[in-house]
Write a protein that binds this ligand. Structure first.
Ligand code: ADP
Length: 160
C-alpha cells in the first residue's frame, strides 16, 4: 500500500529548512503532499497563490510530491487524500510546545493519522520564514537559505 504524508505549513516563503523536511519525508513515505495553508490570521507577506507558486517552482522534477493550498481542517484534507501521516519539522525546543499541542489536537480529531517529526540539517536549524522576511526586507543576503526559485520574490532583489 502506498504511504502518503501531508506536510502542512504557511511557507511564507518556503525555505531550505522546509525543503530539507520534505526530502526527509520522501525517505519515509512514498508520497508527500505539501499543503500551503491560507492562514489569513497570520497576515502572511505573500498571498496563498504566490506561496504555492514558490513551492511549485522549488519542486519541478519530483513526481512523488503533490502540492495544494487549503483553508479547512487539516485532518479532513488528509482523509480526502488518504494521507496517514502529518509531517512536521522541529528546529529547537521552542518549536516543541506548539507542535505538541497541534499533534495532540489532530490526534483528537482523527486518531488514525500519525504526526511524524523530523529535524532538518543543523545549518538550517535557525532558518525560519519570518527570519527570511525580516533579513531580506532590510537588504540582507538570504540566498543560501531559500530555494533558488524563491530569490526573485524577495525584496532584497537587486540590492547588495
Ligand atoms: P506553520 O505556520 O504551520 O508553523 P511554517 O511554514 O512556519 O508553518 O512551518 C511548517 C513546518 O515546517 C513546521 O513544523 C515547522 O516547524 C517546520 N520548519 C520550518 N522551518 C524549519 C527548519 N528550518 N527546520 C525544521 N523544520 C522547519
Amino acid at each position: 500500500m502506498m504511504k502518503t504524508a501531508i506536510y502542512p505549513g504557511t511557507f511564507d516563503p518556503i525555505t531550505m529548512g522546509h525543503v530539507d523536511v520534505v526530502q526527509r519525508g520522501l525517505k519515509l513515505f512514498d508520497k508527500v503532499i505539501i499543503a500551503v495553508a491560507d492562514n489569513p490570521k497570520k497576515s502572511p507577506m505573500f498571498d496563498v497563490q504566490t506561496r504555492l507558486d514558490m513551492v511549485n517552482a522549488t519542486f519541478t522534477n519530483e513526481n512523488r510530491i503533490q502540492t495544494l493550498s487549503f483553508d479547512g481542517l487539516l485532518v479532513n484534507l488528509a482523509q480526502t487524500h488518504q494521507a496517514t501521516a502529518i509531517l512536521r519539522g522541529l528546529r529547537a525546543a521552542s518549536d516543541f510546545e506548539y507542535e505538541f499541542q497541534l499533534a495532540a489536537m489532530n490526534r483528537k480529531l482523527d486518531a488514525d493519522i500519525e504526526s511524524v517529526f523530523v529535524m532538518a540539517r543543523e545549518e538550517y536549524t535557525f532558518v525560519s520564514s519570518s527570519f527570511i522576511r525580516e533579513i531580506s526586507s532590510m537588504g540582507g543576503d538570504v540566498n543560501a537559505l531559500v530555494p533558488a526559485a524563491v530569490r526573485v520574490y524577495l525584496p532584497q532583489k537587486g540590492k547588495k
